[in-house]
Design a protein around this ligand. Structure first.
Ligand SMILES: C[S@@+](CC[C@H](N)C(=O)[O-])C[C@H]1O[C@@H](n2cnc3c(N)ncnc32)[C@H](O)[C@@H]1O
Length: 266
């Protein structure tokens, strides 16, 4: 607990006790988009089974993933993972959120759309997620202060008149979440890793699906973003990473970004 472990996550997870993790947040290597020093393996079916075993009832696993394009065709690795985890393994899909990010300009965009999103698949185990907070995800309502009158569409296509009511000043964020990329966070240590997700994305997910004191796992933790944001928010963390070089970045990030403010836990 509260360590970055250098290991292949499939081997390491096999030693975890069942029902010991509240939340997993991770981004796997997919489709050879980065080579990670040729040092990676991603068997998403076995990983899905192991994560389901180690996750508590009502626990959540969040996978941030996209698809490469090969000869103008998308690989569909992301959707294949989602369908496999639900149909074959037993996870349930709570929601699919689009993580919208800035895409870099490149010559290849002359023949394709510029890709500026990844998928955030949120899976849960059991009947429903045991934790769901969205106060930190509220955004100001465009029509705050106005009285709403209008109609709702019925399932048969008809209209139902809505009684006039005041519009709430805040509303829940929808299913497109926009963040600046890690490149703009100004964290040179983090940028030593080639493919990180934004701190805020990890933090929003951790605050949504876990409580202080819970166990948050990142089985492929790279520069340690999930672990740093979990610990900053008083969760326990476990980071697994196959590359010793990336483990060192993650450990250093904890030293620099977390432990000056908090008691060191390991
Ligand atoms: C997309 S990166 C994760 C980046 C991370 N979310 C961050 O913000 O820094 C994926 C990581 O998975 C690691 N990895 C690949 N196969 C692994 C395995 N079998 N076990 C553990 N880590 C693995 C790679 O070395 C790489 O650092």
């Amino acid at each position: 607990m509260n360590q970055i472990i250098q290991a292949d996550c499939l081997k390491e997870l096999a030693d975890f006790p069942p029902e010991s993790v509240d939340l997993s947040v991770f981004s796997p290597p997919y489709d050879d988009i980065r080579d990670y020093k040729k040092n990676w393996r991603f068997d998403f079916e076995t990983l899905g089974k192991e994560l389901l075993r180690v996750t508590k009832e009502g626990g959540v696993a969040v996978v941030v993933i996209g698809d490469a394009t090969r000869n103008f065709a998308k690989t569909l690795t992301s959707f294949r993972l989602a369908v496999n985890w639900v149909d074959q393994i037993g996870w349930k899909l709570f929601e699919t959120v689009i993580y919208k990010r800035d895409g870099n300009p490149g010559a290849w965009w002359n023949t394709r759309f510029r890709v500026d999103h990844e998928y955030v698949f949120m899976f849960f185990k059991g009947q429903k997620p045991k934790t769901f907070h969205k106060e930190h995800l509220m955004v100001p309502s465009k029509h705050a202060g106005k009285i709403y009158t209008g109609t709702d569409r019925l399932t048969n296509g008809g209209f139902k008149v809505i009684q006039p009511k005041a519009v709430n000043p805040m509303k829940c964020r929808g299913t497109v979440w926009q963040y600046a990329t890690s490149n703009t966070e100004g964290n040179r240590l983090k940028l030593q890793h080639p493919a990180t997700f934004p701190d805020r994305l990890a933090e929003d997910l951790i605050l949504c699906f876990s409580e202080p004191g819970d166990v948050v796992l990142d089985p492929m933790c790279g520069s340690g973003t999930t672990c740093v944001m979990a610990r900053k928010n008083y969760r326990n963390f476990i980071g697994i990473e196959i590359s010793e070089e990336y483990c060192q970045i993650a450990r250093k990030r904890l030293e620099v970004e977390v432990y000056p403010q908090q008691e060191r836990l390991f």
